[in-house]
Write a protein that binds this ligand. Structure first.
Ligand code: BJ8
Length: 387
């Protein structure tokens, strides 16, 4: 990107994405809103917002709290869980401090058991997530869980959640997701006018910010990216290898991988991650007889490796590859995330077999100790891309 090009995201808050998001959540709290901490993309944001509350993502990506967490948790546990727990243990998580209540889901074993350790600190509601999403009972059971969440929020936040409010939030989510995808779809152009940082910033903020608050940010970003295209402004070089990143959530200290891809001459064109496109895919049926069922249906379609089988992950990769035309796929797996790590075998076969693209799996944590090794492997993968 040429110097002097205006940054895409201007939300009025300073700092890197997590800090700006804290600013946003804090501002909502000052307006009298309750704050609901969430740990997962399966957390139904429409119900949280219909309760008049603001969601705050509690998943953490910082190495600095891992040592404190390891006093209680096994060292060979996923860094996302250790980091999140370490922030709570050391009472340094601004999102957790702001939260009135916390929602968790039975995704992986590590998260599930970590919730037990923090449940006594704040009202914590764990939703039983079905893990065989294609079975007919899954939709019934998850709808029941989403309705139970309504009851929990009504009781603990002393509020009422009407069906009309839930329906309105469904419509708001659809509007936000559509516009956000319109912006992110510009990365399908060759060369791309977007940076990974901009895609990450927008999707990070969009989880907390309401559609009304995101509208201005998104309209501004859309106008800027349209101008970049009109002016011939792009990121990287016209022949930079295009990379699709898939896998576990990647944020904070783990964004070292994104930085290495860029330093190695690549450009990231799609983030198939929960810290990227995943929360904004799909559409929730509007005007359904049961809005909770409509929400449940959409959320059960999230292709997380905690599901079995998780064939939607492969069909979603097909869709993204067709749209963003990557030259290589890099699968980032956090240490000790068995679900994503095992699933990598299928993903590799799919990418190399069906799409004939170079595939690289990177297992990493939040430390900087493996930066040199990742750099070498990324460089070798990008060298395989023939331009
Ligand atoms: S929908 S990806 S946010 S569970 S914590 S599973 S990395 S071992 S975060 Fe996730 Fe919801 Fe799925 Fe998305 Fe693995 Fe670590 Fe577990 Fe993790």
């Amino acid at each position: 990107m040429k110097s002097g090009v205006e940054p895409l995201v201007n939300d009025g808050f300073a700092g890197e994405p997590a800090k700006r998001c804290v600013g946003y959540v804090q501002s909502q709290r000052e307006k009298g809103k309750n704050v609901v901490g969430i740990y997962c993309t399966y957390g139904p944001l429409e119900v949280v917002r219909a309760a008049g509350a603001v969601p705050a993502v509690l998943c953490a990506f910082a190495d600095k709290t891992i040592a404190a967490a390891e006093e209680d948790l096994p060292a060979n546990l996923c860094p996302l869980i250790k980091s999140s727990y370490g922030f709570i243990k050391t009472d340094t998580c601004p999102f957790y401090s702001l939260a009135d209540v916390v929602i968790g889901e039975t995704t992986c074993d590590g998260k599930k058991k970590m919730f037990e350790l923090i449940a006594g600190i704040k009202p914590t509601h764990v939703m039983d997530l079905p893990q065989l999403p294609d079975q007919k009972e899954a939709l019934e059971n998850w709808t029941e869980m989403v309705k139970k969440l309504k009851g929990f929020l009504e009781t603990t936040l002393k509020t009422q959640i009407s069906d009309e409010a839930v329906e309105a939030e469904i419509q708001h989510s659809n509007v936000k997701n559509k516009l956000l995808n319109t912006i992110l779809d510009f990365a399908a152009l060759t060369p791309t006018p977007l940076t990974w940082q901009e895609m990450y910033d927008l999707t990070y903020l969009g989880q907390a910010a309401s559609t009304a608050d995101m509208m201005k940010v998104m309209e501004d970003a859309l106008a800027k990216v349209q101008k970049r295209v009109a002016d011939g402004v792009f990121h990287g070089q016209p022949d930079s290898p295009r990379v699709l990143v898939t896998g576990t959530p990647v944020g904070g200290d783990a964004t070292k991988v994104f930085k290495i891809i860029e330093e190695s001459g690549g450009v990231i064109v799609a983030l198939d991650l929960c810290t990227g496109l995943k929360p904004y895919a799909g559409h929730i049926e509007e005007g359904a007889a049961d809005p909770y069922r409509a929400i449940s249906k959409r959320y059960l379609e999230i292709p997380c490796a905690c599901m079995t089988p998780n064939d939607r992950r492969l069909s979603e990769l097909d869709r993204l590859i067709e749209k963003f035309k990557p030259d290589a796929v890099i699968d980032v797996v956090l240490h000790a995330c068995h679900g994503y790590s095992i699933e990598s075998t299928k993903v590799k076969k799919h990418i190399e077999g069906k799409h004939k693209l170079p595939y690289l799996k990177i297992e990493t944590d939040y430390s900087q100790s493996d930066v040199g090794q990742i750099r070498t492997r990324v460089a070798a993968t990008l060298e395989m891309v023939h331009k």
